[in-house]
Write a protein that binds this ligand. Sequence first.
Ligand code: DL6
Length: 801
Amino acid sequence: MEKATLQELLESRLKDIFSIEIAEASPQELFLALANVVKSCYANDWSQTRKNLLVEQQKQAYYFSIEFLPGKLLKSNLLNLGLLDTAEELFEELSFSLDEVAEVEKDMALGNGGLGRLASCFMDSLASLGLPGNGNGIRYNYGLFKQKFVDGHQVELPDDWLRAGNVWEVRKESKAVDIQYGGEVYLIEDENGRLRPERHGGYVWRAVPYDTGMVGYQNDMINTLRLWSVEVPAAEEANYATIESRRSLEDLTAVLYPDDSNERGKKTRLMQEYFFVSAGIQSIVRYYLKLNHPLTMMSEKIAIHINDTHPALCVSELMRLLLDDHDLPWEQAWAITVKVMSYTNHTIMAEALEKWPIDLFKEVIPRNYQIIEEIDRRYLEEYAEVHEAALLNRTRIIINGQVHMAHLAIIGSHSVNGVAKLHSDLLKSVVLHDFYLIFPERFNNKTNGIAQRRWMQLANQPLSKVLDTTIGKSWRHNPQDLQLLKNYQEDPTVLQRLADAKLTNKQALAEYIQQTTGIEVDPTAIFDVQIKRLHAYKRQLLNVMHILKLYFDLKDEPQAPIHPRVFIFGAKAAPSYHYAKAIIKVINEVANLINHDPTINDKLKVVFLENYNVTLAERIIPAADVSEQISLASKEASGTSNMKLMLNGAVTIATLDGANIEIRDAIGDENIAIFGLTEEEVYAYYAQQNYSAYAFYEEDPVLQRVVNAFIDGTIPNIEREGREVFDSLLKYNDEYFLLKDFKSYCDAQYRVDLAYKDQQRWQAISLMNIANAGKFSADYTVQNYADDIWQIEPLYAHVKE
Ligand code: DL6
């Protein structure tokens, strides 16, 4: 599209919506008008995609996820439509900044972290690969809380992201479905001897879908992200006359992860899970029936993906529809279900493998519970002759009065995958070993990937330009072409250009830090970044311990040859995760101490940026020199910030955990700083039960000084939190082995410091990271899902032939 045409469209939208001229428009008005223009640019392709899918009857994948974290969509849609440069030029010409306008958009933060962001990266890749794949989730009225620091403590504020409306979504009233909850379900034999459910009581809520176009990268493909919102069904209006009754209904899609520390929260959460599952499955079956094929062929047209255990009810819900609404015999319904479903596990942390009390199941979703009981009974029966009772009892779905969601997902799916090689191996050998014995053919690995268009083309324009001028533009379509950069490892001009791009990004981040925190940082210092959810296993505390060590080194010897460093943190702690919040407070107080200590000559700065989200990540990642990936080996399923930071040229300090191992394999030991226990060593400690935090503490005076600092008054204002940290390390024997890894972590940090001092060498390492990042594009990951699990093919490849 020509610039002039875009301008005309923008002017006409401003007139239509606000009755104003461009010159009078505020960033908010410009955003809305431009977003509407963008939407109209893909409207035709969106309906054409749907029509073609119906005509061609190609198989489609449906990605069920309780979280999606798309971030802002304006620039990403402009990029994918091939309009970004034109829009930037136009805005410049009109003396506006497109960035300022894009900033107005609210982050769509409908997720907590990795799992939700991965879901959104997959949405981008599915459309960009021309693959028919749709998202199915919940339209929360409030996204993940906004984080503020008050006296160094995390305070959670509501994220009222829908207040000004959401320009991208389309309400699809006509596609609404009813969701049944509660009541008693009796099984009554019909004239053919078949047991039929008869529901007494209960209630019905309405699920209304809001669709958002997922725009493919310059390929005319527009998939759909369908998010469901709860409403009172018209027929039930009278029953919801009071504010209280209405409120309990509206709670359902109000917030992401309602606090599950009380019974009401737990129930709401289960209801949420059933809500988006039932709504999604009903709408898929309705669509499938339009194709006029027998239900027994469903797996040829439909693939349903269970993203972590939260949508595991897909299994029992599809069974319910096939059995109760479409009269299929159990065996047929089950064969269809298993062929259609696939499941990804995203964690080895036991507490994240969901279990629900059966009483709650019976109360909330009684018919699904009956079906799950029957799946469980048949599972035991079917495998009784092949496997020992003990094994079956450990893997059945209902154990000790609880429904095990992962078991339901595995038994009901034809594919079970982990998200990095190590993680998938651990699933087979440890976490889901029992299931691996029973269903070895179901297990596979799909290493995560990232939306490189967002994390490079959008987030890092300075580096993108260097890449264009050095290796051409093919990397924008084909991420593996980043490899071409390897030819310039020893080219001082290219290395200098890369350094310049990094410095530009660091200057921008330094400005942001100054504006938002008042802390002044030197852009020539090393920017050392740890951005991820705050969790004990991710070991932000280990990072803090090293910072304290450096601090003491500088106190003892102010002229110590340490290159100045800015340690940058971004992390939210779950509101009910007390220990994680204590660590936030500790980091903030360590920051206070160090940033205000004149004796260390500004050689160290610690910055904890508030409200880490996708947009903040887009600011931080391009400016990072060092990427902290320091979880205890075996605990991080994959990680994806490791891939984003690597792509942007940061050098990783890493344990051999999650996808760090594959990153190391891709770039070689010389381009990454590896430290710490291996996963085998961690498991050996578990097996021998001989880990002694105190022994490490006792033998290392440096470590003693650091650990004591949490309680000896060195760090002011952390009496309670410092004691908690100290006790977690010594009294409770250091669950995540920080004390054991401390020394080798400090050694790795020292190697990084040395490498940075040789700028030529550093830039070459950074270049190797960028050059090898292509293989972590979500495009490849999604292609692997498409080929191995979903068996879906690109729409337009087929249509355009
Ligand atoms: O697979 C996406 C992402 C991984 O990269 C992280 O390593 C993993 O921690 C995260 N898992 C979750 C699930 N947590 N729960 N429940 O977010 O998934």
